[in-house]
Design a protein around this ligand. Sequence first.
Ligand SMILES: *Cc1c(COP(=O)(O)O)cnc(C)c1O
Length: 403
Amino acid sequence: MSTALRDELRGEIDEMREAGLYKNERVITTRQGAVIRTNDGREVLNFCANNYLGLTSNPLIIDAARSALDEWGYGLSSVRFICGTQEIHKQAERTVARFLGMDDAILFSSCFDANLGVFQTLLTDEDAIIADQLNHASIIDGVRLSKASRHVYAHSDMDDLAAKLRDASGARRRLVVTDGVFSMDGEIARLPEICDLVSEHDALLMVDDSHATGVIGATGRGTPEHTGCEGRIDLITTTFGKALGGASGGCVVGDAVTVEYLRQRSRPYLFSNTVAPAVLGATIAALDQLSSSTGLLDRLRENTDLFRREMAAAGFDIVPGSHPIVPVMFGRFEDDARLAEEFASELLDEGIYVIGFSYPVVPKGTARIRVQVSAAHDRGMLERAVAAFVAVGRRKGVLAHSA
Ligand SMILES: *Cc1c(COP(=O)(O)O)cnc(C)c1O
């Protein structure tokens, strides 16, 4: 490595540190769960994982992974079309497609890969992509890989979406793409209106439901179920790395012909290794669990409602909603970015692990602590978290009326 390059990279890393953008990775010494220990010896309550159903260390899920490991082996050393397709891959695809109410599914190593594998495969320079401004990085990168023209609409702005659909009216295919749930706010996409505009303009709709599958909707089937838009979405991408056990893997779910076409042409599918059988055994078990009972979802909803209610009653500025992503906002205070960061750090001293987000991850003046509630939390844990927020809030003058 040339010293010139290393010096340049070192300089940039130093700038990141100075700008407060350097990401430190805290090392966990336990399994993932509601209670974790970090390598400084602290035991903390975890409120920042996407472990919405608490399945990461659930014995049923671990057993299912272990049985799949025993039955199907550790790995396949192959892509799907050479010798990387076992019955468990087909079973996983059928299970997730049925769960989401679509014809078929195609597995990818991650939802990031799934999003890289859609646009360049289905769209050419004759086509157009119309994308929400706040879509996930993997959608942005997937869109970049395609030669289709790009039209970005202001976040959740339906007038702008309509305008962009009009701009793209000359294109052969028009694909609208949005996150189902936006991860910084727990905000749910306006699917009924989006579906209406998509039909009106004879376009297609793709929804990335990574923060919604197994999280929202009466039976955990995500934003289409939550918003009453089942059957109106052409393609859904989602992850197995969040609510559904949290290991890794993702998929595209859609009609049989589109999925068949993706199997022939989608590059991250064709040229990257098949998903490990243990991951699929656990994912199938997670989907079976959701299909047979709403117990975990009920628990998640009760926990979310309780936490949202108590935090609002304590005087915190909570973005209204129903998703277990609960952003606690600091934008009304001076130097909100520093406040959010110090607040999160003091919460850690109180045994509550949460992360503060500020500009440029979120817009200026909207710094926040993003709390993620899980079915793995019990009432006592939620109350300890609220009490810690209140204690730190009083100390920092954030809860003026109760000081
Ligand atoms: C987490 C997330 C992804 C990435 O999923 P992986 O399976 O971890 O690659 C993609 N899209 C959205 C909207 C996400 O929230």
